[in-house]
Design a protein around this ligand. Structure first.
Ligand code: AMP
Length: 419
């Protein structure tokens, strides 16, 4: 499908083509027609799905088809509320890109910076405002912003808004919106409190859902070890001393890190090689074929270098470092447990990575079991293991659902001692 099938106006099509977009993403394909019909939308989608364009394009089109006064103050017609400054800036950039051949103005409002330049832009008049809730309320209270002409309202990343404690601010903003409006609500997850909020905002919404790759194969047994960064090397060597691990793909976050891990393993007498973008194509190929032929027992890779690695009967994936993007975890562990074979995915989590683990558990709607009887338990922090600790890797069928934060916040705290 191409964008031309979505009844978009020429200046937008031109802008999309200038951006290099040829085909709409699934959320765009579904949401754009609904929004152009002026219906409310409940979008279950996360960043990376193309959701920004899914709402920015129809907003631009709808507003550009209205007669706008070129002179004097322009009332704000569209409001996008988003939880963070970074997201607000990104959304602003998207509006600039898709609207570059249109005569619409937008501005971005967020806290933590002086408000002067923001109020200047508002005084000049804007059609579209992208804002974080706190600063928006501030400016509303100072009467720099009036919302009585809003026709289009987007609540972006609603679940994060709730997580970040912005719910009261959001509700105060919503209370000032005209009841006659088109509303769009986006959230990556839809726990009950988020749906409840959606119910208060939307009228007869059409629900659109795009599922990111989030399911981890049942054939892969997963487990996590809480371990201090300094002990990861020793823990890895300890695990690899088990000859039952015939071959392991170890993931490191950086090229330098991958090299270092491979060196440490070699020093410990474990045949290992690193594969990453700084190595020549030949060197990478060689490392890969050594691994496939089992000459090398351990391949240490960065995510980019690991793309396309397809090793039959890979028994273990080890996350030496957890990825900050949860989908990457799913990609990584999908390298094992293929074609009905059983695979094991072990992850090391230091105190700085707990947030990543939380995001992963959320994405896969499981709590990865924790292995707590190992020789290098975490010393620097209290590792609270919650309900899902296990002595050895196990499938997650019995785990406690998707509110994985419990694994860290639970009352089941205990201090680990070092042997
Ligand atoms: P988002 O989910 O809105 O954060 O978008 C993720 C990324 O995908 C952004 O970098 C967009 O520029 C890009 N993107 C959005 N829609 C398309 C498309 N139809 N074709 C190619 N890239 C896109």
């Amino acid at each position: 499908m191409s964008f031309t099938k979505l009844s978009l106006i020429e200046p937008i099509l031109k802008a999309l083509s200038a951006e290099g977009y040829t085909t709409p993403t699934p959320i765009q394909e579904q949401a754009i027609p609904i929004l152009l019909e002026r219906k409310d939308l409940l979008g279950c989608a996360q960043t990376g799905t193309g959701k920004t364009a899914a709402f920015a394009i129809p907003i631009l089109q709808i507003l550009s088809e209205q007669k706008l006064s070129d002179r004097g103050p322009r009332p704000i017609k569209a409001l996008i509320l988003t939880p963070t400054r970074e997201l607000a800036i990104q959304i602003g950039e998207s509006f600039s890109a898709y609207g570059k051949f249109l005569n619409l103005r937008h501005t971005v409002i967020f806290g933590g910076v002086p408000q002067h330049s923001q109020t200047l832009a508002l005084k000049a008049g804007v059609d579209i405002m992208i804002a974080t809730p706190g600063r928006l309320l501030d400016l509303m209270n100072q009467r720099f912003v009036h919302l009585q002409n809003i026709e289009l309202f987007v609540l972006d990343e609603a679940d994060r808004m709730l997580d970040m404690g912005f719910i009261h601010d959001v509700k105060k903003v919503i209370a000032k919106l005209p009841s006659q409006r088109q509303s769009l609500f986006f959230s990556a997850t839809m726990p009950p409190e988020v749906s409840k909020l959606a119910d208060t905002i939307l009228r007869k919404p059409v629900r659109v859902e795009v599922t990111p790759i989030s399911s981890t194969a049942e054939t892969v047994k997963q487990a996590v070890y809480f371990v201090d960064k300094v002990d990861k090397k020793r823990l890895l060597i300890h695990l690899l001393n088990d000859k039952a691990i015939a071959s392991a793909l170890v993931f490191a976050r950086t090229k330098h890190g991958a090299d270092k891990v491979a060196k440490d393993l070699l020093k410990a007498g474990i045949p290992a090689e690193a594969i990453h973008g700084n190595k020549s194509q030949n060197a990478r190929q060689r490392a890969l074929s050594n691994f496939k032929s089992r000459q090398t027992r351990v391949l240490v890779a960065t995510d980019i270098a690991a793309r396309g690695i397809d090793v039959e009967e890979l028994s273990h994936v080890i996350n030496y470092e957890l990825p900050n993007i949860p989908e990457t975890y799913v990609h990584r562990i999908g390298r094992t447990g293929r074609a009905g074979n059983n695979g094991i995915a072990l992850s090391f989590c230091d105190s700085e990575e707990k947030e990543y683990l939380r995001d992963i558990n959320k994405l896969i709607s499981k709590t990865i079991p924790v292995i707590d009887n190992h020789p290098y338990p975490m010393e620097t922090a209290i590792a609270s293991t919650g309900t899902a600790s296990a002595a050895r890797p196990q499938t997650n069928s019995g785990a406690t659902g998707n509110r994985s934060e419990n694994a860290f916040r639970g009352s089941n705290r205990r201090r680990f001692g070092r042997r």
